[in-house]
Design a protein around this ligand. Structure first.
Ligand code: BDR
Ligand code: CA
Length: 312
């Protein structure tokens, strides 16, 4: 199995990322850190504890990380995720307590106490915690197997015409993460807009018997209504589990080696990920960008995870 640490801001699609990571037998979730993003740190942390309880992840250490971006003011996304960060979803009372460590410390401890190359960091929120961890303990950079992040995009934005929410929220942190020499795979909007929760997808998941299915159905109802209302999508793109799917089986997400930089100062382009598709890539290129999703295998993985999580 592959050991992953999830850094997230749940969030409807972060919740599906947690479900997929927990329910897939190829992965072991060895830690979870939260970061202010879709909602405040307090809200997304409470959501993480409730979701972990619902998904039988109570043995996974969960630690609260950074409440705000490195430089900028926080921005939250109530128009997509509601005031609670998980609008429309009723969470069980947490059956576990928060790890006492700061989320950044959890990341560092997890990487430094594992074998070199033993941990993959999966980031589905703003990159504040990962950037802070790299600055506080630079030795994690050569020890981490890979950073797989949902964020950015080659040609697509959502929060601005060219910038994606996670990168735009903390572009300085994203800049750090893309510039450190560890392998980074960017699972951006060009990829995640292929992962649409269509009526067929929802009906297929809804047919899985068990109590977690009801939570997932409420989640998709709310997420779909919000995406339709705020962004005009007939079916919502379920971004974050795409990064997890890549960790499970890289053949589900086609990637290409492409240098990526982050715009910190542009008037119109602030927070944009600039991917250089000119060929050939430089010999020291350590970043890849995701291009094509195997849609049916992706949803089959989510279905399978829902079945397994149900069984406890
Ligand atoms: C990203 O922003 C958040 O709202 C989602 O959870 C996802 O991580 C998509 O831009
Ligand atoms: Ca997220």
């Amino acid at each position: 199995t592959k050991k992953v640490l999830l850094d997230c801001d749940p969030g409807h699609d972060d919740a599906v990322a947690m479900l997929l990571a927990q329910g897939n037998p190829e992965l072991e979730v060895v830690g979870l850190s939260t970061v202010g993003g879709n909602q405040t740190l307090a809200k997304v942390t409470r959501n993480a504890l409730g979701l972990a309880t619902a998904f039988s992840m109570t043995d996974v250490p969960i630690a609260a990380g950074c409440a705000r971006p490195l430089v900028r003011q926080p921005q939250v996304a109530p128009e997509i995720h509601g005031e609670s960060g998980l609008g429309g979803v009723h969470l069980p009372l947490p059956a576990m307590t928060l790890d006492r460590r700061h989320g950044v410390k959890l990341i560092i401890d997890t990487v430094m106490t594992s074998d070199p190359g033993g941990i993959t960091l999966v980031a589905t929120g703003p990159l504040t915690n990962i950037a802070m961890a790299a600055r506080l303990e630079p030795r994690i950079v050569e020890r981490v197997a890979e950073v797989v992040l949902m964020g950015g995009g080659q040609h697509t934005g959502n929060i601005t015409p060219v910038a994606e929410f996670n990168v735009h929220t903390d572009p300085e942190a994203a800049h750090i993460v893309f510039h450190e020499p560890w392998p980074v795979t960017m699972v951006g909007l060009d990829l995640t807009h292929q992962a649409l929760a269509t009526d067929e997808v929802i009906a297929d998941l809804g047919a899985v018997p068990g109590p977690v299915t009801a939570l997932i159905m409420d989640l998709f109802d709310a997420f779909r209504a919000a995406y339709e209302h705020a962004r005009g999508f007939p079916a919502p793109p379920v971004h974050d589990p795409c990064a997890v799917a890549y960790c499970i089986d890289p053949s589900i997400v086609e990637t290409v080696p492409v240098p990526v930089d982050v715009e910190l100062g542009g008037h119109l382009t602030e927070g944009m990920t600039v991917a250089d598709f000119r060929t050939p890539p430089p010999a020291d290129c350590h970043t890849r960008v995701a291009t094509t999703l195997d849609v049916s295998r992706f949803w089959a993985l989510v279905h399978d995870a829902l079945v397994r999580v149900q069984a406890g």
